[in-house]
Design a protein around this ligand. Structure first.
Ligand code: HEM
Length: 474
């Protein structure tokens, strides 16, 4: 049996009508059983691919409590539990120490890893940058970069690795909107460094899972540290030169870098060099791989469901590209529904974890101080209480009346509460522009005989092996 032929929840009532994308069979038993598994085996398994720890119960029952590595874990799935932890009682829950051990050394006080007052001040300083007015300036440069890169990234009649292609494109877009192309690096080298950096970020070191003291060297992170140092130094050079230009009153591009260098903290001060660097590293870490993974999974889904692809292409073909690019996100509702359905099935950032800072009660269940509270988006987005035919690729669920029945806490690819993704609007514009330019000009075909892509969870959900597709120029 090929790995993608999973027999979990077989349902002949819809399997003829909808495509059922590749997914592992969840563990039949609750995570409780992990406590009986040898601790080193479980650490090894978790650091290889945590998706294997997803249980059937987390997709069918409410708020599953279990233990992992000797600690209580509660996977919240009910709307009231999610609201309780992430909105109404958010101050009782902190960032998870394992996540912090992974992110903090690389991203320091960047928004995603900062906590307490440092986070509050940074979020207030950065929020004005992510307003519709500023973000609405970016789709035009996004479009220019995508059009320029297209022939090279999607060469006609060639077999490409779609994951690599979308990583390249998303980095091209991010680099243009961050620095207006002023950064002095070669694209392939930058991508290599980011890949090493993300690999180091995404794979928990066994010592991090054991919450070993910080002074113990994490051998798996050494290569990552060198790549981060190179990236930081490039960012510092371009940022110093831009700061001087601004001080001298020169005309400068209105990109993220200028916005960061001119935004004010609560005390009316500019961000320091270190703070600007941390935020840019964070935007790369949080914004590059996520969007490109979503586009990669979408291209897999479209390559399988030809009737959806035809509707998707018809809409993109009808798009009037003379209209400003910041309107496109509203002009292509079916393509955006496909994008959302892709993020439902393959959430780009699959885990949103917190730790209980005090004893608490969630939906009547006791949560001890120190317990891990987790939204596992893989489970939430396939939960039988929230979704009809959860395993089917059915973009129409995000259209019209059907979209209105999706609950506020059922679909959370960008998180929820005060730490919700600050880059959400940017990501949706970027997806709209890349989809419009790429799929107006190319069709990506499935290559018969290859295995369906297998989801691997790191910080993002990505195909374990490269997703190979054949490009046809349209
Ligand atoms: C499809 C694309 C994206 C997805 C699915 C995504 C997902 C997420 C999620 C789930 C969180 C919440 C994490 C938590 O609560 O622990 C988050 C936070 C964050 N994201 Fe995104 N993201 C995407 C794109 C972006 C982009 C393009 C940027 C920047 C340009 C960005 C910057 C951030 C930052 C800075 C945070 C931390 C916010 C805070 O803690 O205040 N993201 N993202």
């Amino acid at each position: 049996m090929a790995r993608h032929d999973y027999k979990f929840r077989p349902d002949p009532t819809w399997e003829e009508a909808f495509f059922k994308p590749s997914a592992p069979i969840p563990m039949p038993k609750p995570l409780d059983d992990w406590s009986k598994i040898d601790i080193f085996d479980s650490i090894l398994a978790m650091s290889r691919n945590p998706i294997i720890a997803t249980t059937e119960a987390s997709m069918t029952e409410e708020n599953v409590i279990s233990t992992a590595l000797g600690q209580a874990v509660i996977i919240v799935t009910s709307p009231s539990a999610i609201k309780h932890v992430f909105i109404e009682n958010a101050s009782k829950y902190g960032m998870h120490p394992v996540r912090q051990a992974i992110l903090k050394p690389a991203l320091k006080d960047g928004l995603i890893s900062a906590e307490g007052d440092t986070w509050r001040r940074a979020r207030r300083a950065l929020s004005p940058i992510f307003t519709p007015r500023h973000i609405g300036e970016f789709p035009e440069p996004m479009r220019r970069v995508t059009e320029t890169m297209l022939p090279d990234v999607f060469p006609d009649n060639q077999i490409i690795e779609a994951d690599e292609a979308f990583l390249k494109l998303a980095y091209g877009v991010l680099s243009e909107t961050l620095f207006s192309g002023e950064i002095d690096h070669n694209l392939d080298e930058a991508l290599r460094d980011i890949a090493i950096f993300m690999d180091a970020l995404g794979k928990p070191d066994p010592l991090d899972l054991l919450e070993a003291p910080k002074w113990m060297p994490r051998l798996t992170k050494l290569r990552g540290r060198k790549a981060i140092k190179r990236m930081r130094s490039q960012v510092r050079t371009v940022s110093n030169s831009r700061r001087k230009q601004i001080e001298n009153g020169a005309d400068v591009p209105q990109d993220f870098l200028t916005l960061l260098l001119t935004t004010k903290t609560d005390d009316g001060e500019n961000l320091s060099d270190e703070q600007v660097e941390d935020q840019i590293m964070t935007f790369i870490g949080a914004g590059h791989e996520t969007t490109s993974r979503a586009l990669t999974w979408l291209s897999y889904l479209l390559s399988q469901d030809i009737s959806v692809r035809e509707r998707f292409e018809a809409e993109i073909d009808a798009l009037d590209t003379q209209r400003p690019a910041n309107e496109w996100v509203n002009d292509i509702p079916f393509a955006m529904a496909c994008f959302n359905e892709g993020m439902r099935l393959y959430p780009p950032a699959p885990f949103i974890s917190r730790i209980a800072l005090k004893d608490d009660e969630i939906d009547g269940k006791t949560v001890p101080k120190g317990a891990t509270v987790l939204i596992n988006l893989w489970s939430l987005h396939r939960h039988t209480a929230h979704w009809d035919r959860p395993d089917a690729f059915d973009p129409d669920r995000f259209m019209g009346e059907r979209a209105k029945s999706i609950g506020r806490f059922d679909f959370l690819p960008f998180g929820v509460g005060h730490r919700v993704c600050i880059g959400q609007r940017f990501a949706l514009h970027e997806a709209a522009v890349i989809m419009a330019v790429v799929f107006k000009n190319t069709r990506l075909h499935w290559i018969d005989g290859q295995d369906h892509p297998w989801p691997l969870m790191r910080i993002t959900t990505r195909p374990e092996e490269s997703l190979r597709l054949r490009v046809e120029r349209r």
